[in-house]
Design a protein. Structure first.
Length: 150
């Protein structure tokens, strides 16, 4: 019985090590292509802001150009090893994208967009975790003092 347990433990260790080498697991996210990023974000905006089909197409074009530029800048920074100014460059690109989106959105949509950005930033500052309504029972258990969380 003891030999079986040791053998099983070693097999599990090898399996976990192999999974880690492949980059698997929940912590890894697959990078989306610029087209996939633009599509996902434009669909989110259409749903959240109520964009018309014409606004959707214009928004998609702006977001696609932004995602392609962001990918190029990231590749340049990674290949040159110069990552120092990347954050500032991305912030500048975001300001440019926002200026273009502001011309597409109505005043009401722009207000909703700014609220959406603020909520997104707040979630990021809280650790990017799930919203309270997405946690299910685990979040309620923790708030009630139950440390199990299962």
């Amino acid at each position: 019985m003891r030999k079986t347990f040791i053998l099983f433990s070693m097999l599990m260790l090898v399996a976990f090590a192999a999974q880690a080498q492949r980059g698997g697991g929940q912590g890894q996210r697959q990078r989306l292509s610029p087209k996939e990023q633009a599509t996902a974000q434009a669909e989110t905006f259409q749903e959240e802001l109520g964009l018309s089909d014409e606004q959707y197409e214009k928004t998609y074009a702006v977001l696609l150009a932004s995602a392609e530029t962001r990918q190029e800048k990231m590749q340049e920074a990674m290949s040159s090893g110069n990552r120092g100014g990347i954050r500032e460059a991305f912030e500048e690109m975001q300001k440019d994208t926002d200026a273009k989106l502001k011309k597409i959105f109505s005043e009401t949509q722009w207000t909703k967009y700014e609220e959406w950005k603020e909520n997104r930033a707040q979630r990021g500052r809280r650790g990017g975790g799930q919203r309270a309504d997405d946690r299910g029972d685990r979040g309620a258990d923790r708030r009630d003092g139950n440390r199990r969380g299962f």
